[in-house]
Write a protein that binds this ligand. Structure first.
Ligand SMILES: Cc1ncc(COP(=O)(O)O)c(C=O)c1O
Length: 411
């Protein structure tokens, strides 16, 4: 197929997926194909006015009264409920604030308390490092033994076992983009009397998750990737309603107290998800995240996923035509999250050369060119543009230019 034929196909696909093209809801620079929304989501237009109002009116004019008059106090739960729609959680089970690492730490301690008679926890050795670091830290504190078992091996390990307290998995592998089978692994955990704890960083806002439907016990994720909450956006924690009464908060801060303003000496947990709160939330970031979530208003996450699958399939098709022989780390079927991961021995240089051409993806060690596809603001035409630039980079050996191979970037 020629580039012209791909262009015609891109136009037809964009026409077909017109209803889920939410580009107008985002402010993106001209001339950039942004394929790093799985690291830092783009800026939703609604955030600009919301943050400006939060600074000038709420903070600047209304000062401390804003905790009540602008609903600041309730933000962690209110934003949690709004976010819950995107991850398949009914109201009252999601709280927003702090980082994914902190929320994971909290969830793991709660899981240990809920399964205090068990000692083993299963985790994927290839998961995002913070998950392993936090898990190892909690394991030292509670006496857990961490077994490295991949999500697809977990059902066999769990079958007939009675020693596993919890499985702790990332829904989508951050490097390969592999979407793990959350329903099957969760069911296998429950059949063995274990809890299922999921890190949703790479699926929230991109993939239907169905936390309630699949009876996930605990889950967390960040607000700054596909949810577009901005740099360092607050994370979220899901605690299934059935665990609220047994949820022991390892960081029992005053915002999770039953009567925070009683200022009493002893901690009494609030009812429901409020007991998972910790301390004062970063209000400007909470307001930014809340406004960012409005970019999903009126859109079902299943429709976002449909668009994403079409975009990633087409990106791969374009790469296959324009850069024959490309190797991939990401799956070719529906077990693919919202990214295409290309393997290349000079992946770092390839990513830098692409960025210089306005195609912004990122590098993940050792050899991955990670092309994140945040469906709401990307088009099939963008996919072709990205593949075309990749072909030009490789054809001209731009990726070998010392300007692009010197490693000085953070990401
Ligand atoms: C799967 C996963 N978990 C956790 C994190 C980061 O956690 P935190 O928000 O605490 O930095 C990331 C960041 O990319 C991630 O990909």
């Amino acid at each position: 197929m020629s580039t012209d034929a791909l262009r015609t196909r891109a136009a037809a696909l964009d026409e077909r997926h017109q209803a889920t093209d939410l580009r107008e809801r985002f402010a993106l620079p001209d001339g950039v194909v942004y394929l790093d929304g799985n690291s830092l989501g783009a800026l939703p237009r609604a955030v600009v006015g919301a943050v400006s109002d939060a600074v000038e009116v709420q903070w600047g004019r209304d000062l401390i009264t804003s905790w009540n008059t602008h609903g600041w106090w309730d933000t962690p739960r209110r934003v949690g409920d709004r976010l819950g729609r995107l991850v398949g959680a009914a109201a009252g089970q999601v709280v927003v604030g702090d980082s994914t690492s902190v929320r994971l730490h909290q969830a793991l301690h709660a899981a240990a308390a809920l399964r205090s008679d068990r000692r083993v926890v299963l985790a994927d050795p290839a998961t995002f490092p913070t998950d392993l670091y936090v898990l190892d830290g909690v394991a030292r504190q509670v006496g857990w033994i961490v077994e490295h078992v991949t999500p697809d091996e977990a059902p066999a390990r769990l079958a007939g076992s009675q020693d596993v307290a919890a499985v702790v998995y990332s829904h989508v592998d951050y490097r390969t983009g592999r979407l793990w089978d959350l329903p099957t692994v969760t069911r296998a955990a429950h059949d063995a009397g274990a809890l299922a704890v999921w890190d949703l960083c790479h699926s929230a806002g991109a993939v239907p998750i169905g936390l309630d439907e699949h009876r996930v016990d605990l889950a967390m994720g960040c607000g700054y990737k596909y949810l577009n909450g901005g740099p360092g956006a607050p994370a979220f924690l899901y605690v299934a309603a059935e665990h609220h009464d047994g949820f022991a908060n390892i960081v029992p801060g005053w915002h999770g107290h039953a009567e925070p303003f009683a200022m009493s000496g002893g901690y009494r947990p609030a009812a429901g998800i409020d007991r998972a709160r910790i301390g004062t939330p970063p209000m400007l970031s909470m307001i930014a995240l809340e406004a960012a979530l409005s970019a999903f208003d009126g859109v079902d996450i299943a429709a976002v996923r449909e668009r994403s699958l079409s975009l990633t399939a087409f990106l791969r098709e374009c790469i296959d035509v324009l850069v024959p022989g490309t190797a991939y780390a990401s799956p070719d079927d529906e077990s693919r999250g919202s990214q295409v991961a290309v393997r290349h021995p000079d992946a770092y240089g390839v990513v830098q050369a692409l960025i210089a051409r306005g195609v912004v993806g990122d590098f993940r060690t050792p050899d991955i060119v990670r092309l994140g596809v945040a469906a709401p603001y990307l088009t099939h035409a963008d996919m072709l543009t990205a593949a075309d630039h990749l072909a030009h980079v490789l054809a001209a050996d731009e990726h070998l230019d010392p300007a692009f191979t010197t490693r000085n970037a953070v990401t």
